[in-house]
Design a protein around this ligand. Structure first.
Ligand code: URA
Length: 239
């Protein structure tokens, strides 16, 4: 995934098919604006989401998008699929084909899914060191037991990946319902963790990612752009 960052003079020379010395001239004549501000420096770092005009002419207008979706059961967390409807099929935005998914949910899981065209945002959020929490409501086939709390907190060894899972929080809500908070996203992680207790997950719903929660206004299959406030929950060092 390209992070789409470059120097302003490189980008303008490329977009306008002019020489870098001519870019310097445009800057000297104060004709270049980046994100609504007069640009002065050739070495200003811009990215693919910077809004750039030269003398009122729009040179680059490609805004970043951050979408929250309430994923229904039976829809696949992928951009294309030969068999199932995909989460992209549920969206109705002109830019939907630019989006990628942050942290998939299984076919038979539901709830909060984030999609974006901003790969820097997703790389930061998905980085193991970021430890962004993800909260799930989990319904089990058999009753929950207290020893599961300790086992989730301690971590479990997954032989296939040769890793021990990060400490996870398990709260028993009722006999068959738990709230589980993870800071990572291993393949079928919650199902595999309860599998150690021979307890099958019968329903799994993601309620929150960090401080972002799925409220009732978004019905299964519905989506919207994140508000500026919601986006600020994911500002660096604020998860
Ligand atoms: N853990 C799972 O097992 N499935 C999901 O969809 C998410 C977490």
């Amino acid at each position: 995934m390209s992070l789409g960052r470059s120097r302003l003079d490189t980008l303008l020379a490329e977009k306008l098919k002019i020489k870098r010395k001519d870019v310097r001239l445009l800057l000297a004549k104060q004709q270049v604006n980046v994100d609504g501000r007069r640009a002065k420096d050739v070495d200003l770092i811009v990215d693919k989401f910077s809004f750039i005009t030269v003398d009122e002419m729009v040179v680059q207008d490609n805004p970043a998008h951050y979408i929250i979706l309430n994923k229904p059961i039976g829809v696949v967390s992928a951009t294309t699929d030969d068999i199932h409807q995909t989460v992209i099929d549920l969206l109705d935005y002109p830019f939907k084909d630019q989006l990628h998914i942050l942290g998939r949910l299984d076919l038979n899981s539901s709830g909060l899914l984030l999609l974006t065209n901003d790969s820097r945002f997703s790389q930061r959020l998905m980085h193991p060191q970021a430890k962004v929490s993800k909260t799930y409501q989990v319904t089990l086939d058999k009753p929950l037991t207290e020893d599961m709390i300790e086992a989730f907190a301690r971590g479990m060894y997954f032989e296939f990946e040769d890793i021990t899972t990060q400490p996870a929080k398990l709260e028993i809500i009722s006999e068959h319902v738990a709230q589980v908070t993870l800071t990572e996203g291993r393949y079928h992680q919650i199902k595999r963790m309860f599998g150690r207790f021979r307890n099958q997950v019968v329903a799994l719903h993601r309620d929150a990612i960090g401080r972002l929660t799925l409220d009732e206004t978004l019905k299964p299959g519905q989506s919207r752009e994140l508000s500026a406030k919601e986006l600020s929950f994911f500002a660096a060092k604020d998860n």
